[in-house]
Design a protein around this ligand. Structure first.
Ligand code: ADP
Length: 358
């Protein structure tokens, strides 16, 4: 087992205006499950492929344990990768697919058979070892791809959107299985996904990327409760956090017909006359005052309901989402008033997006 360290790791593709990954500094702890997440094109795959040795590192370096692997060939890095499309050999049985890398490495047959059997037991694939991939379900194929990585007993697993070919229900089941398996094996894992729910449910820690830059790395709870900037605030959480640009007034921030109190020192951290105020849907409370919201859609989930509506801020209309009691949901067209729960707002600089206060 080993740590993984990116030290100012940078990748500039030929002819590109800016780096696909820009001076990435990130350490993955021994045995940790780290998820790289962000919108399409943010540099997740490039980061993973640099660690795999499939993409050149333009600047900076990458270490596995104490070993600088920046210029080490992929096959000598002691890693195993699970690809999005699984890349199984169609003409080989499940057992042969799983053992193939070991065979190429010259391992003896008995040892290969033992490792394949052990992985098949872990993955519930014992009854399928003689089948070809074409005769397997999507979920089983995914497990074979996992098995192929497990039998190698690498220092690090690399996974690039390994669940994206599964249907929604299977994806939810499989993400729990992968997280449990990883915890049991204790192998350091770097996992790429664009799906923030997947990231939050699977990762010990989550690294959020945007435009090749690391926005924040932390536990799911840290990212949710204390996003370091407005981008992470809006990206993490479903439904998304409401983000408003609001004027500063004496003693705080104008929120509808009232003032949300904010300490002077906090507002003093920005030179702008407005701030970005973020409040999660569950942190908006119905009140007789505050911000007026006209209800467009009510999504009833049983215990809770989400209200999707519109509100006017200054001259512009904004969409807003609030969570309300599912047993007493409002009706479409109704006008509600909401206020943020005290102590549950997030403030950001309107220009830089940086978090204000603590
Ligand atoms: P993600 O995995 O987050 O979707 P990528 O790492 O694939 O992002 O891509 C990051 C950026 O690098 C994007 O702007 C993408 O267009 C660019 N890019 C990726 N691969 C190549 C390539 N082989 N050649 C040139 N540009 C690339």
């Amino acid at each position: 087992m080993a740590t993984v360290t990116y030290e100012k790791a940078t990748r500039v593709y030929d002819g590109a205006q800016r780096p696909a990954v820009d001076a990435l500094d990130l350490t993955v702890q021994d045995g940790e499950f780290l998820v790289l997440v962000g919108p399409s094109g943010c540099g997740k795959s490039t980061s993973l492929r640099m660690l795999a040795g499939l993409e050149e590192v333009t600047d900076g370096r990458i270490l596995i344990g104490d070993r600088d692997v920046t210029d080490v060939a992929p096959k000598d890095r002691d890693i195993a990768m699970v690809f999005q499309n699984y890349a199984l050999y169609p003409h080989m049985t499940v057992a042969d697919n799983m053992g193939f890398a070991l065979k190429i490495a010259g391992m003896n047959k008995a040892e290969i058979a033992e490792r394949v059997r052990e992985a098949a037991t872990l993955l519930d694939l014992e009854d399928y070892l003689d089948r070809k991939p074409g005769k397997l379900s999507g979920g089983q194929r995914q497990r074979v791809a996992m098995g192929r990585a497990i039998v190698r007993r690498p220092q690090v697993f690399l996974m690039d959107e390994p669940l994206s070919n599964l249907d929604a229900k299977l994806r939810v089941q499989t993400r729990t299985q992968i997280a449990q398996l990883q915890a049991r094996l204790g192998v350091t894992t770097v996992y790429v996904t664009h799906d923030q729910v997947e990231a939050m449910t699977m990762g010990d820690r989550v690294a959020v990327l945007k435009d090749g830059l690391l926005m924040q790395v932390g536990t799911p709870r840290e990212l949710y409760d204390r996003p370091r900037n407005a981008f992470v605030a809006g990206f993490i959480g479903s439904p998304a956090m409401n983000l408003f640009t609001l004027p500063q007034v004496d003693g705080g921030v104008r929120f509808g017909d009232e003032t949300y109190p904010v300490a002077r020192e906090v507002l003093g951290q920005t030179s702008a006359s407005t701030v970005t105020l973020g409040v999660r849907p569950e942190d908006l409370e119905l009140a007789g005052h505050g911000l007026a919201v006209e209800v467009d859609v009510v999504e009833e989930l049983g215990a809770d309901a989400y209200v999707y509506g519109r509100t006017v801020q200054g001259d512009a209309e904004h969409l807003i989402t609030a969570r309300v009691d599912g047993r007493r949901p409002p009706a479409k067209g109704e006008v509600l008033h909401v206020v943020p729960r005290r102590g549950h707002v997030h403030l950001f600089d309107v220009d830089t997006g940086a978090r204000l206060g603590d």
